[in-house]
Every structure is written in C-alpha cells, then in structure tokens.
Design a protein around this ligand. Structure first.
Ligand code: DAH
Length: 336
C-alpha cells in the first residue's frame, strides 16, 4: 500500500493552512467519521486476510502520524491566534490621556485669594460668619438700632423679624470681638446680599471687611494699611485718598479712593474724569460698637474697613460690566 500521495496531500494542506477553522476542515476530511482514513479502513475487507493485519497497522500508523501533525499545527495556530488577540487588546500605558476639562477659579475668587494673601502678609487672619445673620449683629450692635435711618441705606432681605441675609460683612466684626479680646486683627471676606438689581448692582456680591483693635491704634494705621493694600494689589504708583464720610459704626468715618488705574489720574470715563475711584468705606471703630462687645474704648481703639470685591476685580482686570461676573459664561470666566 503506497500512501505517499496521501501523506503529501495531508502535510501540504496542513502546512498551507493559516486558521483554526481551516484546520478543523482538514481534520474532518482526513480523520473524520467519513474521512479518508475511515475509507482506508473500510477497504481493508477487500484485502487478502493474511495481509490485513499489516495493512491495518499501516493505516493506524498513518492515523497517529496525521493526528500528531494536526495537534502540532493546532497548538501553533492557537498560540498565534492568542498572540494576535493580545497584541490587539494591549493597552499602551505610556499613551497620554485625553485631557479632562479642568475647573477654574472665578475672577472674583482669584481676587479673594489675592486679598487674603496681601492682608495675611500684614498679619491679618481670616474670620467668617453666616450669610443668614442676626439683625442684632448686622445692625443693632453696629450702632444701628431698630428705626435707625442708616438701615435704609442697605436694601435688606429679611428672613424673619430677627434674621436677615447679611447686607455687609461688618457683622463679622461683632462676632469676632464677642469671642476674642484685643488684640484683634482679622479680615472677613464673603458674600453679602441686598435687594437691589441693575447694571451696577447685584442682589449678591462680595465684600471684604477688615478689623484691627489694639492699644494705641490711630487713623494713620488705617491709612497706612489701606495704602499698602492698594500698592500691593494695583501697583506702587497708585495713590490713595481718604474723604470724610459717615457710617454709624465708625467715628470718624472715611471713604477710601484710589488713583484711577485706567487713566492714572488724567481723567477718563471710568473715573468720571475725576482721576479717583472709590473702593470702600473705613473709619475708627465707634465707641458704641466697642461698648456693645464689652471692650473698653478708653483702653483700646481700632480701625475697620469694608471693600467690594467685584469692584476691585473690575478695576484690576479692566471689566466694565458687573453682570458679567454672575452670568457664568465660560468664554468670560476662562479669560482670567
Ligand atoms: N459695611 C459698609 C457697607 O457695606 C462698609 C464699611 C464702611 C465697612 C466702613 C467698614 C467701615 O468696616 O469701617 O457699606
């Protein structure tokens, strides 16, 4: 029995086979129930009986050889398939990640941080108070008892008879002095609320309060402190000016102006040709306020100030419309 042609056919087909599906077809064709080897076995009956065992053994050898070839090829193809799959699925951990959109500080809060840094360097720590505040702290203990005409200057959101949305950060002065004996040196940045809404007023805005109480504190300390603040925030070439004014909680009281950052004093639209821009109120803490928190005004004196943060941000960044701060348009916010 010459099987050379059969062997050549089988090995040829196995060698040129490149995928497992093809390989299984070959197995069926040669080793399957109706395959070539089975056919050969069937033909055994046509062979003389004495030659049959040898021929049968021959066929068996052939089947074993085919099976071995098949198994080797199968292992080879399986591992190739697996490698290809692995190569396909592999993750390149060195690949740069898709950039995730990063959050960004609102310009008012960039100014907030700068203010905290500047006063922090002068030894002021940050104090806070609630935005829903007692009428007592927001007004009464700041020398504005019920019925005081100065209450009308601040359009107040009342939550109840005794609780308001704080109209300024000044109640933090009261809270601080109730809790700590002098020396006191704090700033109180935060949100304040007034029932007022137009192109230059927002119902919510930000102020920063300052308070320093100690022995021998005078008006010149106040002026020097605010002058240094303006220099550090806007530049050494920007002057300050103090105009006498009135606040119930300070005596004397002064409005704080700084030289116009836009025209440097020459006169422009922003400073209404005056060369000066108002940035806040200030004064020496009124004896009535000190008395209300139990501080002896014959021993201690102090100064206080309050500034609008949106105002400072507008002047610092050259923004001419207050409303831009509250519209939350990313095209605007992302510029800072
Ligand atoms: N609280 C005042 C306001 O909102 C601003 C202010 C003026 C605060 C004078 C002060 C001050 O501490 O001394 O209009």
């Amino acid at each position: 029995m010459d099987n050379t042609a059969l062997i050549n056919d089988f090995t040829g087909e196995i060698h040129s086979c490149t995928d497992l599906a093809g390989l299984y077809n070959i197995k069926v064709k040669y080793l399957g129930k109706k395959g070539v080897i089975t056919d050969l076995n069937k033909q055994l009956s046509a062979i003389p009986a004495d030659e049959r065992p040898a021929a049968g053994a021959e066929i068996n050898k052939l089947r074993l050889a085919f099976e071995e070839l098949f198994n080797t090829k199968q292992t080879e193809l399986k591992s190739a398939e697996r490698n290809a799959k692995l190569a396909n699925e592999c993750i390149d951990v060195t690949m740069p990640a898709a950039p995730a959109p990063l959050g960004h500080l609102h310009p008012v809060y960039q100014i907030y941080d700068e203010i905290v840094d500047i006063f922090g360097a002068m030894g002021f720590s940050v104090a806070t108070g609630p935005e829903a505040e007692l009428d007592l702290y927001n007004f009464t203990m700041l020398n504005m008892p019920k019925g005081h005409p100065a209450r009308d200057m601040q359009d107040t959101f009342y939550i109840s008879e005794d609780v308001v949305l704080r109209t300024h950060t000044s109640p933090v002065q009261v809270r601080t002095m109730l809790n700590k004996k002098p020396p006191v040196r704090i700033i109180a940045p935060g949100k304040v609320y007034r029932s007022d809404h137009d192109s230059t007023h927002s119902p919510m805005f930000h102020q920063v309060e300052g308070l320093l109480v100690d022995k021998n504190i005078s008006l010149s300390d106040l002026k020097g402190t605010l002058q240094l603040f303006v220099h550090l925030m806007f530049g050494d070439d920007i002057p300050t000016r103090f105009r006498s004014s009135y606040f119930p909680f300070t005596e004397p009281s002064m409005e704080v102006d700084m030289g116009c950052v836009i025209c440097k004093g020459a006169g422009c639209r922003v400073c209404k040709s005056s060369g000066w821009l108002e940035i806040g109120g200030s004064g020496m803490v009124a004896p009535e306020v000190l008395a209300a928190v139990g501080i002896d005004s014959l021993v201690y004196s102090g100064f206080a100030f309050g500034m609008g943060m949106e105002r400072i941000a507008m002047l610092k960044y050259g923004i001419d419309d207050l409303r831009l701060f509250f519209e939350n348009r990313l095209e605007f916010i992302e510029q800072f």
